[in-house]
Design a protein around this ligand. Structure first.
Ligand code: FAD
Length: 467
């Protein structure tokens, strides 16, 4: 250790990027501290993101299974009644156990938790309240926050126009929830409240849901969410909102311009995206400028242009996902410790945790073609998968995109009840440089949903068995 500094490594932010980086740095023998301005550890993901949303998705899915006839299909006639306070309490309990778990891991690994907001003084020191903390290396892991929509003012306390944080703690089931933005967060939280009894309308600027995903997946998403009863208003933009008592009036215009209409809602969720947190971080004091999207640019090793200052997670370019932040946290800490930490940004899975789930890894068919590949595509419907058929959950398909010359798998796209779990196998195959033939000739247990991936890979080869 260099005794001229308080710490070898100081991490700013205790989200999945920061807390993981801090633990890894400590494991590698560095004297480490982590500054966090929130009351609890775990960042967006554990407090107001991945974890509470998945808890509510699970609870609401149980209700949906009872109410949408799925349980009745199995001869289980139930009359379920919602106790929203109890459901929220269970979600809060899950969050508390997980954030407390990070506190335990910090103690176990001897990471010092400094409570407060950090602002750079220079490249090796930050102020936190009245204190100055110095470190040889500093990792910025300040994450992201909700992007505001001009004309639509979020007020989570009032509970009418909310962002994702507010939508995770509504005190009543909305009569009519309008979701602005048909991306991952809007569709997940829209699904929660639809299952609990709300009428849900999704307003999306583009002509399809789930921007960034494969076209076939996006088409299927439109079909499935419509079938589930969501009202989809595509190619539309919300330009204003006013609240009167319990009613929100939204001004909605065609994306291409044209006549505006008014939609009335009891609740509105603004979910148009997230932006990096660099406010009051004092980046100007160390000469770091953000790019056009407000992100901090880093090199392959997660170094900023300032010596000893690194950055990871949602605050740097790339998909805003917890596992991407975590893996960057590990790699960055290893680099700080003088080892070689590497992330393969070409293989980062993404999952939408609705029912069915939507998951992908690697290139979409369109992106693969744009990148100059001649592609071979294999598709297998869940309808032809024996386990999905037995379970009566046959929505979706698996699509494998492979290079026509080398047969190397370029991307995998899955719509299925277990897509989020199935995509891990695809990611691992791609990480090992697998061909579609490798997947097709791997023995998969029967009957499992995962067999659909094997069959889709066989379809690339031109010879699925069950189709
Ligand atoms: P964050 O988790 O945002 O953590 C940054 C932390 O830094 C915060 O706690 C903040 O308080 C603190 N901080 C900021 N500035 C300072 C400062 N100057 N001083 C001290 N502390 C500071 N991702 C998934 O992979 N799967 C999901 O299912 C998923 N679901 C989501 C659902 C919702 C509703 C939302 C909003 C997000 C979801 N995400 C999901 C995204 C995921 O939460 C983020 O990608 C992830 O949290 C990013 O991690 P991070 O460490 O970069 O930043």
């Amino acid at each position: 250790a260099d005794h001229s500094y308080d710490y070898d490594c100081l991490v700013i932010g205790a989200g999945p990027g920061g807390y993981v980086a801090a633990i890894r740095a400590a494991q590698l023998g560095l004297k480490t501290a982590c500054v966090e301005s929130r009351e609890t550890l775990g960042g967006t993901c554990l407090n107001v993101g991945c974890i509470p949303s998945k808890a509510l998705l699970h609870g609401s899915e149980l209700m949906d299974e009872a109410n949408n006839g799925h349980m009745a299909t199995w001869g289980l006639k139930a009359n379920v009644e919602l106790d929203l306070d109890a459901m929220m309490a269970e979600k809060t309990k899950a969050v508390g156990e997980l954030t407390g778990g990070i506190e335990f891991l910090f103690k176990k690994n001897k990471v010092t938790w400094i409570k407060g907001h950090a602002t750079f003084k220079d490249g090796h020191s930050v102020t936190v309240g009245d204190d100055t903390v110095t470190a040889k290396d500093i990792i910025i892991a300040t994450g992201s926050s909700v992007t505001p929509l001009p004309g639509v003012d979020v007020d989570n306390a009032a509970g009418r126009i909310v962002d994702s944080t507010g939508a995770l703690e509504l005190s009543e089931v909305p009569e009519h929830l309008v979701v602005i933005g048909g991306g991952v967060i809007g569709l997940e939280l829209g699904s929660v409240w639809r299952r609990l009894g709300a009428k849900v309308t999704v307003v999306e600027y583009l002509d399809m849901l789930l921007p960034g995903m494969d076209k076939d997946v996006r088409k299927e998403a439109g079909r499935i969410f419509k079938k589930q009863g969501m009202d989809l208003k595509l190619k539309s933009k919300v330009t204003g909102a006013s609240v009167k008592g319990k009613t929100v009036s939204l001004t909605v215009e065609p994306a291409a311009g044209g006549e505006a209409e008014t939609i009335e809602a009891s609740h509105v969720l603004v979910s148009i995206g997230r932006r990096p947190n660099t406010d009051k971080l004092g980046l100007e004091n160390i000469g770091i400028e953000t790019n056009k999207r407000g992100q901090i640019e880093v090199d392959h090793d997660f170094r900023t242009p300032v010596d000893g200052v690194w950055a990871i997670g949602d605050v740097v370019p790339g998909p805003m996902l917890a596992h991407k932040a975590e893996d960057e946290g590990i790699a960055c800490a290893e680099n700080v410790a003088g080892q070689t930490g590497i992330i393969n940004h070409a293989v980062i899975p993404g999952v939408v945790y609705t029912m069915p789930e939507f998951a992908d890894v690697g290139l979409t068919e369109e992106a693969a073609k744009e990148a100059g590949h001649t592609v071979k595509v294999g598709k297998f419907p869940m309808m032809a998968n024996s386990r999905a058929k037995a379970n009566r959950d046959t929505d979706g398909f698996v699509k494998v995109v492979a290079d026509a010359e080398t047969d190397r798998v370029l991307g995998v796209h899955i719509v299925a009840s277990l897509a989020g779990t199935m995509i891990a196998q695809a990611a691992q195959a791609m990480e090992f440089g697998a061909t579609s033939e490798d997947i097709a000739y791997t023995c998969h247990a029967h009957p499992t949903h995962a067999e659909a991936l094997k069959e889709a890979a066989m379809a690339v080869q031109g010879k699925p068995i069950h189709m």
